[in-house]
Design a protein around this ligand. Structure first.
Ligand code: GLY
Length: 370
């Protein structure tokens, strides 16, 4: 059983297929997008060891040669050096515009391979086969590709939409429980930002989703992708509504900056805590009821994700330092910040001109040091 979710982007439209065992039919699904019977498969050592043979067999069965370009697992591959290395290896394989790149891995591989495809010979087609929950419900859909620089994450990149996304639910069985929870943050985000019914469904089914119950997982992933596809189709370049997808990310980014973007706090964990903080900050501002903010917090906490500063390694955090990490533009210097805040469960909005001092005071009430 699989479901196909279209991303309606005119001449850049594509399908996201969600289902079990898609790796075994990937060759057949990818075949229409390649012209020369070959694809460079960018993957990391872990994913390639676990699933490389299955993907290769399926590509070969459809007459497609798989040319592996394997990188080291982890964020450090998403760098200028990593990009240079992948580009050089694509050149060595004599990949040309009739060929495609297949990004086979989590968010790091998808962002890196996608950006390499965006600029390789001024742009070649690529397919995403995301292998983490987070990549399936978020980063593989929507065409954002990027690398990190020493000044910050995802600062150099391009919008480059894939030709196809294959989200195989069976590969999630090899994911650690911690990685599942981190991905779940981006799942519950969709309920919190725009779909109360989905949030309520997740309240009732969180255990089943995390246990990888096939029916529950399929609904959670498909509904998340459906919402992302709808938002991206409406606002591909994040001029407006797409910013809602950043719910929890401003608080989360500050926590990630303080904890070093590493194993101490995974991105999804930071987003989990960040969303709970965003709801409680909205309540402190009188925008949402305290009851809704508590229910949002409980919904996130039910997965085991952190929802308070005290649950994040590195606590107690310095309130002013956290706020300093939130300054996204020149305006922030004047003490105003942009946040995704909530009016209700399932009703988030982009709040510009949030007072940085109010955020700092709120963080102190949450246990940060003044
Ligand atoms: N991950 C946020 C976005 O794709 O816009």
């Amino acid at each position: 059983m699989s479901r196909t979710i279209p991303v309606g982007l005119g001449d850049r439209a594509y399908d996201v297929v969600v289902g079990e065992g898609l790796l075994d039919v990937a060759g057949r699904l990818i075949a229409p997008f390649q012209k020369r019977g070959r694809t460079a498969v960018v993957s990391d050592e872990t994913v390639w060891r676990l699933h490389g043979e299955r993907l290769t067999a399926s590509l070969n069965a459809s007459g497609i040669e798989a040319l592996p370009v394997i990188v080291a697992p982890g964020e450090q591959s998403k760098s200028f050096a990593g990009l240079a290395d992948v580009s050089d290896r694509l050149l060595a394989l004599e990949l040309d515009r009739g060929d495609i790149v297949t990004a086979f891995g989590g968010g790091v591989v998808g962002d890196l391979a996608g950006f390499a495809a965006a600029i390789y010979k001024r742009g070649i087609d690529f397919v995403q086969i995301p292998t983490t929950l987070l990549a399936q419900v978020d980063s593989s859909v929507g065409g954002k590709t990027a690398i990190d620089t020493p000044r910050g994450k995802n600062l150099v990149g391009a919008f480059h939409q894939p030709k196809l996304v294959l989200a195989d639910l069976t590969v999630l069985s090899t994911l650690s429980d911690r990685e599942m929870r981190a991905g779940y943050a981006e799942v519950i985000k969709y309920g919190l930002l725009g779909d109360l019914d989905f949030f309520e469904w997740l309240e009732a089914n969180v255990a089943a989703v995390l246990a990888r119950d096939p029916a529950a997982l399929s609904h959670a992933v498909a509904r998340s992708i459906e919402m992302k596809a709808e938002i991206v189709a409406e606002d591909e370049r994040e001029q407006g509504r797409r910013a809602l997808l950043n719910l929890g990310h401003t608080f989360g980014h500050a926590l990630e900056s303080e904890t070093g973007y590493g194993d101490a706090l995974l991105h999804g964990e930071a987003v989990g805590a960040g969303m709970a903080l965003a709801f409680r900050f909205s309540a402190a501002q009188g925008l949402v009821t305290g009851q809704d903010a508590q229910r949002a917090t409980r919904g996130i906490a039910a997965s085991g994700l952190p929802t308070t500063l005290a649950q994040v390694a590195g606590h107690p955090f310095d309130a002013a330092r956290l706020v300093a990490h939130m300054g996204q533009d020149k305006k922030a210097e004047a003490g105003r910040l942009t946040f995704i805040l909530a009016r209700a469960l399932g009703d988030a909005y982009v709040a510009k001109d949030v007072d940085a001092a109010a955020v700092r005071d709120f963080l102190i009430t949450e246990g940060a040091t003044p």
